[in-house]
Ligand binder design. Structure first.
Ligand SMILES: [Zn+2]
Length: 243
């Protein structure tokens, strides 16, 4: 879906996924750069390629990939992308997320929360899957508030809570926020972070409040898709509700 000139929401649906259950990755581009934000799960490369084709930015044009955080649904497709690309693709993430993306640190506290209801054997299996995940190297770390000079300017916003190094991106030319998992969307409205999948809810809401400082017209939520209209009010309402 075209959000604005040079900004596309890429709806990546796994085979057999229910309606509305696509991962909403983002693509930002201009004549020099094509930046993908998050990648879907392993095996999704054909789906991604098709979505890029449809957007008019074929896969070989991708030269940078931002990872909002190291959860499997955001990072899982990256190894395949890097292996398939014919040129070097730069991987960027927040500095606090780098050790998790590279597998030097593990966020077991979150996984323990998510798998609490599972029988012991299944839980152990989930944890082992996480510990043996395919990792990648982050080429460039970005800091909170850092302005990246491509595609008309992209601002990195550190939004810890969901994970310690969670990152949102603000695309200046399109007044668009790429929200990652800092908030999900439900029925076209911002619904806040999801407790079960969030390491620190208090911190996540503090991060959400920080987003209200930006002049945002469009929000791309990785889960739930596009939200438009009264973004600042919607954010403030969510933040108020938690106090
Ligand atoms: Zn996610």
């Amino acid at each position: 879906m075209r959000i604005a000139e040079g900004v596309e929401m890429l709806e990546l649906a796994e085979e057999g996924a229910a309606e509305g259950h696509a991962f909403c990755a983002a693509l930002i581009w201009d004549e020099k750069d094509a930046v993908l934000v998050d990648t879907g799960v392993p095996g999704m490369l054909p789906v991604l390629k098709k979505a890029l084709e449809k957007a008019g930015v074929p896969f070989p044009m991708i030269n940078r990939v931002f990872i909002t955080h190291h959860d499997f649904d955001h990072l899982g497709g990256l190894p395949e992308i890097l292996e398939t690309a014919e040129k070097k693709v730069e991987v960027l993430a927040h500095e606090a997320e780098k050790p998790y993306i590279e597998g030097k640190k593990n966020l077991l506290v979150k996984l323990e929360k998510v798998t609490k209801m599972l029988p012991a054997a299944e839980r152990e299996k989930e944890i082992n899957t996480y510990l043996s995940r395919q990792t990648v190297t982050v080429d460039t770390v970005v800091a909170d508030g850092q302005e990246l000079p491509y595609c008309g300017g992209i601002t990195a916003i550190h939004t810890p809570g969901h994970t310690p190094g969670h990152l949102c991106l603000y695309v200046k030319k399109a007044k668009t926020l790429i929200a990652g998992d800092s908030t999900v969307a439900q029925d076209g409205r911002l619904a806040g972070p999801i407790d079960l999948f969030t390491v620190d809810m208090q911190e996540a809401y503090k991060s959400l409040a920080k987003l209200a400082e930006y002049d945002i017209e469009n929000v791309i939520c990785y889960h739930g898709g596009l939200v438009r209209g009264n973004i600042k009010e919607q954010i403030m309402e969510l933040v108020k509700r938690t106090k």
